[in-house]
Design a protein around this ligand. Structure first.
Ligand SMILES: Cc1cc2nc3c(=O)[nH]c(=O)nc-3n(C[C@H](O)[C@H](O)[C@H](O)COP(=O)(O)OP(=O)(O)OC[C@H]3O[C@@H](n4cnc5c(N)ncnc54)[C@H](O)[C@@H]3O)c2cc1C
Length: 389
């Protein structure tokens, strides 16, 4: 594989940068800085602008309204927007649309993909329940066939984005008599369907996730993605794409570069932290891992371009990214000292508050998309072919 971007890809990056320079307003930047990772009205409007520009489906096949470009180009797009924390539909685009393209019926693709491309339709993930996290085969939410549809009852938890998404991608039990992982199906339906209640859960760093209650929610049979009782397979594909998304290196690299710049600044005595050999050693070690992550990210994008779904590779990327993000935040805190605790808005904040933000956010990344313990099992069994422990 080629590790360098082609001149065309570099030109595309410049095109995105220019677009962002022309269209990201100060008001949008302020909204992003204070919104706690939920897009506000300006973020939502910007998402639709990206849709009008045709940039939400850069790597999608042309037959579904995409630009038919490579996943590498799609990754360049994510990278440039992530650098500025701009919302682009995130998991809807990076994971669920990719899964719909692979597994949904033609009618479902026609129904959902054009609206996703326009930035009108955003989907949240309803897998986790109070009694089903790592062990998703324990999902207890029931979808019972009634007439020409299903009636859904149950509770989901940690349903991130349910307060601004339009739809939910829900894992529910459709055959309680089948072996646990063979009786589950995936459905997609609007969150404003009667019987759905969304309540907030606030996590560290002020990020909102949710619990979702489903009380006799009636949905049509056409809401089911894939064949009945194949939901475990469907979510396995979606989770692989999700881990590639969670394991991105953009913000980690941005934060690392900001830390290096901060260390180079001279202090009151004219010396900089950069002169300290211990700090130098820490920065070098971090740099090596940031570079390792970049290469792993390039590999998973390349695998997707080959028509494959990265599996153990996606898990490895997610483990490396989430643990590196935490290490970078911890070591950055130790290097910069107490001022690194200052948050965005403080006049003395170093690194625009990225470090304090990342320090609070990083532990959660080890859980989202499946915990790192589970990812290590996947790497062992599916990547290395080791027996179950
Ligand atoms: C910020 C955040 C956002 C999230 N967003 C979503 C979302 O949008 N949609 C959604 O459906 N879910 C979401 N989740 C849920 C997330 O996927 C789960 O938290 C995760 O899968 C773990 O499940 P659990 O919390 O029930 O922990 P448990 O499964 O109870 O695990 C507890 C601990 O036991 C360990 N453990 C469990 N089983 C094993 C095993 N077999 N081997 C070794 N160790 C094991 C785990 O690694 C963990 O350390 C989110 C979570 C967070 C923190």
């Amino acid at each position: 594989m080629d590790f360098c971007f082609s001149p065309e890809q570099e030109q595309f990056r410049q095109e995105i940068r220019q677009f962002l320079a022309d269209n990201v307003t100060d008001a949008l930047r302020e909204e992003i800085a204070v919104s706690g990772h939920s897009p506000g009205p300006l973020g939502k409007a910007f998402l639709r602008l990206l849709g009008e520009k045709g940039w939400l489906g850069i790597g999608w096949p042309r037959e579904y309204g995409g630009q038919g470009r490579s996943m590498i180009e799609q990754s360049i797009f994510y990278h440039e927007l992530d650098l500025q924390d701009i919302h682009y539909g995130n998991l809807t685009i990076t994971s669920l649309a990719m899964t719909l393209i692979k597994l949904a019926s033609e009618a479902q693709k026609r129904e959902y993909l054009p609206r996703i491309l326009k930035g009108e339709l955003e989907i949240c993930l309803g897998y986790t329940e109070p009694g089903a996290g790592s062990d998703l085969a324990s999902v207890a939410t029931r979808a019972v066939k009634e007439g020409d549809g299903y009636v859904v009852t149950g509770q989901k938890v940690f349903t991130t984005g349910a307060h601004y998404a339009s739809h939910i991608w829900l894992l529910a039990r459709t055959d309680p008599t089948a072996p646990r992982h063979k009786g589950l199906s995936v459905f997609i339906f609007p969150l404003d369907t009667p019987g759905v209640t969304v309540r907030p859960i606030y996590t560290m760093e002020g990020i909102r996730t949710n619990e979702v209650f489903l009380d006799q929610v009636r949905i049509p049979a056409s809401a089911m993605i894939g064949a009945p009782n194949t939901g475990f397979y469907t979510i396995a594909v979606a989770l692989d794409f999700e881990r590639v998304f969670i394991g991105k290196y953009t913000k980690i690299r941005r934060n690392f570069e900001a830390l290096v710049r901060c260390c180079k600044e001279p202090g009151d005595d004219g010396r900089s932290l950069y002169d300290d050999p211990v700090v130098q050693d820490q920065l070098v070690r971090l740099h090596i891992d940031v570079e390792r992550l970049r290469l792993l990210c390039t590999k998973t994008a390349w695998l997707i371009d080959q028509g494959k779904v990265p599996n153990a590779e996606a898990s490895a990327q997610k483990v490396l990214a989430s643990e590196l993000e935490q290490r970078l935040a911890d070591e950055g805190m130790r290097i910069l000292g107490p001022r690194a605790l200052l948050e965005y808005g403080s006049p003395h904040v170093p690194m625009q508050g990225y470090l304090a933000q990342s320090w609070l956010l990083a532990p959660m990344m080890k859980f989202g998309g499946g915990t790192n313990e589970i990812q290590r099992d996947i790497i062992a069994q599916r990547g290395l072919g080791l027996p179950r422990g």
